[in-house]
Design a protein around this ligand. Sequence first.
Ligand code: PGA
Length: 253
Amino acid sequence: MVEKKNAYFFANWKMYLDYEESVELAQSLASLLPKFPSSITTVVFPSALAFYSVQQTLKNTSIKVGSQNIYWVEKGGYTGEISASMYKSLGSAYTLIGHSERRHLFHETNHEVRQKLEAALTVGLQPVLCIGEKLEEREQGKSEDVVEVQLRGALENLVWPGNPSLFIAYEPVWAVGTGVACDPAETERMHRIILDLVKGLAPQVSLKILYGGSVRPENIRSYINQEHVDGVLVGGASVKLDSWLEMINHGCS
Ligand code: PGA
């Protein structure tokens, strides 16, 4: 087992919670925070609708709040979009970029992912870049190629600010929301590949690699124990208080 100094537990609330449920969960997390081990860094990603209230609820705690998506233009006629700078001005610290649901349900391209990444870096949001292959790509033995294309599209010749840091969430599409998690040893193998690719593309960047895809209280430890897994990005199991607390207990025991 690998001793972890710090593990990152990121909670992607997706569109699972309405406004009241989001604020309620944030209030519960804030009140239970003294029980969380300090070795865990928590970031929650509420819906755009609940973002500000959740941020206000958590602002005096160590739990950070991020957006699930951003748009790269600062202001203008872009119905339904919210810019990186708008989130930043409301206290956002992080943003997910290129989540598989954005890529595959909303047809977000590698080029758009790149523009969002640049916008996040410009305004000082910490990007969490999500990558991962689809089932047919895995079955055809193309997983490595897919993550390489996604990483090159996002990172090649990118201009970084001072002290650059990046989170990557490796989230195989077939594991997201399906109950079929990636085997922990295979996750570790993919994380090593990602680490090597990022070293080549952005050697100056301080990198953390999270795993996401059907992480549950009963399997979280098997990921955290892997040498190159710095934490997890959790969807479904992060929106119920009990399972999230169980996850924290299992994840650091
Ligand atoms: P899941 O989602 O935990 O529900 O599989 C993970 C994610 O989409 O980040």
